[in-house]
Design a binder for this molecule. Structure first.
Ligand code: FEO
Length: 390
């Protein structure tokens, strides 16, 4: 079966990894795609490659359209191995092709695969003529690595955006208006929260350039291709890059003998009674990547843990370490939980919250198991915290 022609002379030759559920710790229940595009212009051009393990299937996709020896140009927008893993296989199959890459990308590619490619380094403002079509290169360093760039196809008004605007969502349909938009928007939010959030301050500058482009399609390196919701997508990126203002509250807890869980439920009732949206998660049955996604569009987060061995329960340490790397923007936070004799969980959690850049508010704890009056106090704590988010 021939790969799908997205618009005239431009084909989707990437790979759909339907059963991939864990992308280096990022939970991907809808699988992962490694998108690559073949432009059949007067000069034939391949945009990005795919994960190494799929090199054979990738080359088969290309061969259904053209003999790889006829490919003239290969654009490497980003060297992370999900996009570059097939570079060695492609270099061997396309002996007449030159690789176009950023200066940082060239160094990274040589470090990964050896000095085996015919590179031409490109920079901001450079363009490449494919004869009847023109590519323009736009560096977007740190979105997602120092090498990252995006490539604009002028005549067809297509932005090949690599990681930017991606989502981990496999479907047999390729366009945003052909799929479940609820899943699509959740997955693009989750992708931003887990991959791009540490570099959110750079999004604004990239958007200034992207907003000036006349766009018919945004064709990312992962997931569906945007053609009907481009304006909404750009508005979401603008909002997330600045930090979403919201009264939504996320509550995440772990529990030993149920005391902190009872407290978490009471806090949830109290916060809900203030009229805000509240989401409660027990950390041992939710993935940190979903917490990050929920937090992106929340105004605050509460962490609950009983004290165990003078500190918080160790599971939560993984979540805090993860959030410290993501650096959420402008979120209020507090800690709660139960303690037996010495305490220590609250101090532990507050120290981690500070490291994650959260705005720490006064928390709440009680000894052993919350009794009826302490449950009422926990409800009030939830209500009062909700007021701070309004
Ligand atoms: Fe999809 Fe940064 O790689």
């Amino acid at each position: 079966m021939k790969p799908q022609e997205l618009v005239k002379d431009i084909f989707d030759v990437g790979i759909i990894d339907w059963t991939m559920q864990d992308f280096h710790g990022f939970y991907t229940p809808h699988g992962v795609t490694y998108n690559s595009y073949l432009i059949m212009a007067e000069k034939i051009c391949l945009i990005d490659t795919v994960k190494a393990v799929y090199s054979g299937e990738f080359l088969d996709n290309i061969k259904k359209i053209i003999d790889p020896k006829k490919i003239d140009c290969i654009i490497i927008n980003h060297v992370e191995p999900d996009h570059s893993g097939s570079m060695p296989a492609i270099a061997a199959a396309c002996p007449n092709a030159k690789f176009y890459i950023s200066r940082q990308g060239k160094g990274e590619a040589i470090e990964h695969y050896g000095d085996i490619f015919d590179f031409e380094v490109v920079k901001a403002g450079d363009s490449l003529s494919l004869g009847n079509k023109t590519l323009q290169f736009i560096p977007v360093p740190m979105l997602h690595w120092p090498d990252s760039m995006i490539t604009y196809l002028v005549e067809d008004k297509i932005l090949f955006s690599n990681d930017a605007f991606g989502q981990h969502y496999c479907t047999s349909k390729r366009f945003d208006d052909e799929v479940d938009t609820g899943i699509l928007y959740y997955e693009v939010k989750k992708y931003f929260a887990n991959i791009l959030l540490p570099y959110a301050k750079l999004i604004g500058n990239a958007l200034k350039t992207v907003n000036k482009l006349d766009l018919q399609l945004i064709a990312p390196g992962h997931g569906c291709i945007w053609r009907s919701h481009i304006k909404e997508l750009l508005a979401k990126y603008e909002e997330w890059g600045k930090g979403t203002k919201s009264s939504k509250l996320i509550i995440v807890y772990d529990t030993m003998w149920g005391g902190t869980e009872a407290m978490a439920r009471a806090i949830t009732r109290g916060a809900s009674s203030a009229g805000i949206t509240v989401k409660l998660f027990r950390y041992d049955n939710v993935n940190k990547s979903d917490i990050a996604a929920e937090l992106l569009t929340a105004g605050g987060i509460l962490f609950g843990s009983p004290t165990q061995n003078s500190g918080m329960m160790p599971n939560l340490g993984g979540l805090f370490t993860y959030l410290k790397g993501l650096k959420p923007i402008g979120k209020k936070a507090a800690a709660f939980g139960t303690l037996g004799w010495s305490g220590g969980a609250q101090k532990d959690m507050e120290e981690f919250m500070i490291k994650a850049g959260l705005e720490v508010e006064t928390g709440y704890n009680c000894k052993w198991r919350p009794r009826s009056e302490e449950i009422l106090t926990a409800e009030q704590f939830g209500y009062d915290f909700a007021q701070k988010l309004k």
